[in-house]
Design a protein around this ligand. Structure first.
Ligand SMILES: C[S@@+](CC[C@H](N)C(=O)[O-])C[C@H]1O[C@@H](n2cnc3c(N)ncnc32)[C@H](O)[C@@H]1O
Ligand code: SF4
Length: 449
């Protein structure tokens, strides 16, 4: 096979729509068959020795950006945000009493939306509620997603007091024309000030979220963006491909589709981003992250300890993640459960003393095996089937990998599936071979690159 054949194959696969695999089965397989009673049983089954991770979702923002695909609404009235905070605390108490035993927590991740809309006292109050139900481990990791435009010196100090030790800043792009096209005006000085304020209070584990495939972005403009953001010295960068789903996200209809880069351009952009960060000493992690070599995520990746959960790549190896808030997903050893995304319905359910269960799915032994294989392919770019799924027969999948092998994207031998350097860009497509549900579907997910 020639380099041209491999490149042509990668470009072809990059156009396919595949899941992001932040779980397997993916959220597309969740169904309402998993009831509130099942949700309770999953919580009650937690062992007292279990050390879990916590996620709190806050679905409010100052404004809604045109591109946003997250579960969030514009926070217009303070009392509405306040009602939500009260429901969160009530849900925490409800979950704690359902678990019914002391449980330790090693991590807390605040996501959204923009969790800081709760204000310092709101965040503190929710943390108090969590502390009443869970014992925080000594080396507790406390992470929060922040909008740099809202990082005031007083918020930074409050976060330090709350022992936040990792933050994720939504940078997206630094080019003013791109920012105008995506409804996110955020001068570079705003990001610089946010970074300085956080570092000044001792919060120096900083991640930047950036997006490629946005309107008006070009390979040349992204080169500049990469250079500008790398100069600020973040520890990690998550560089997501823009997922444009205007049929499901009305806010995205404000984006003129004629200004979006095409599939080939997106492919070039992803390649350029990888080479720009590599040239600046960052290590490529998984499919869309970069980190300094001494960062925890980079060390986990080097040691084969990288994992993938609903927050993306992580070094968290715990099998239980309990999520709070509308749309939050919880992960248990035997299944996934998602809360209702609609905020009024979430508040109503919690007010009635019920868990706000919307849907979920059970994970049986076959799904566990496939989950381990898919995670390994996306984290380590290889999967040892004999180790991850001893005794299982994946003959059909090995046959389905034959075209990828012929195109130089994968090698298979001694039960090990290894993705080549060229194949990494389309690792999700390769991993989807092990997804039995995906085979029955088409056209439901964002493009692969
Ligand atoms: C909850 S937001 C981050 C925190 C904060 N709200 C902010 O925007 O600064 C999570 C991240 O998801 C990414 N994101 C949102 N919508 C996206 C989309 N449609 N496609 C790809 N990435 C997206 C953005 O990089 C965003 O920063
Ligand atoms: S990108 Fe962040 S600030 Fe913008 S709407 Fe989405 S969650 Fe809110």
């Amino acid at each position: 096979m020639t380099i041209a054949t491999t490149t042509e194959a990668v470009r072809r696969y990059a156009r396919l729509q595949v899941p992001r695999y932040t779980s397997y089965p993916t959220a597309a397989e969740f169904s309402p068959n998993l009831s509130e009673a099942d949700h309770r049983r999953l919580l009650q089954a937690l062992a007292p020795s279990e050390v879990i991770s916590l996620y709190v979702h806050v679905p409010y923002c100052r404004d809604i950006c045109f591109y946003c695909g997250c579960h969030s609404k514009k926070a217009i009235r303070d009392d509405v945000v306040e009602d939500y905070r009260a429901a969160l605390e009530r849900e925490i108490g409800l979950v704690g009493s359902t678990i019914g035993k002391p449980i330790s927590a090693a991590r807390l991740h605040w996501g959204g939306g923009t969790p800081s809309v709760l204000g310092a006292s709101g965040l503190a109050s929710v943390i108090d509620a969590l502390r009443q139900c869970f014992t925080f481990e000594a080396d507790f990791e406390h992470a929060i997603e922040l909008d740099p435009r809202l990082v005031t010196p007083s918020l930074a100090s409050a976060l330090a007091e709350l022992r936040v030790n990792r933050v994720s800043l939504g940078v997206q792009d630094v080019n003013p024309a791109v920012q105008a096209a995506i409804g996110r005006l955020q001068p570079l000085q705003v990001v610089e000030a946010a970074v300085e304020r956080l570092r000044a209070v001792g919060i120096d584990d900083i991640n930047f979220d950036l997006i490629y495939g946005l309107p008006l972005q070009t390979v040349a403009s992204l080169r500049k963006t990469c250079a500008t953001v790398a100069a600020l010295g973040p520890d990690r960068i998550a560089y997501y491909g823009y997922a444009h789903i205007p049929e499901r996200k009305a806010n995205q209809r404000q984006i003129d589709p004629s200004t979006l880069p095409g599939a080939d351009e997106r492919f070039e952009q992803a390649e350029v981003i990888a080479s720009e960060f590599r040239a600046r000493g960052y290590v490529r992690i998984g499919i869309d992250h970069f980190a300094r070599p001494d960062d925890r995520l980079a060390r986990a990746a080097a040691a084969g300890r990288l994992h993938r959960n609903f927050q993306g790549y992580t070094d968290d190896d715990r099998s239980v993640l309990v999520g709070f808030g509308s749309s939050a997903i919880s992960e248990f050893p035997d299944g996934y459960v998602q809360n209702v995304p609609d905020v009024p319905r979430y508040i109503k359910a919690i007010g009635e003393g019920l868990l706000a269960t919307a849907r979920g799915c059970r994970v049986d032994a076959d799904a566990h095996r496939r989950a381990r294989i898919i995670e390994s392919l996306l984290c380590q770019f290889r999967a040892d089937l004999t180790q991850l799924a001893p005794g299982a027969d994946f003959g059909e999948e090995i046959d389905m990998l034959a075209p990828f092998v012929a195109e130089g994207l994968v090698s298979v031998g001694d039960g090990v599936v290894a993705i080549s350097d060229a194949g990494r860009t389309v690792a999700r497509v390769i991993a989807s071979v092990f997804d039995v549900f995906y085979r029955q579907r088409t056209g439901r997910f964002s493009v692969a690159v």
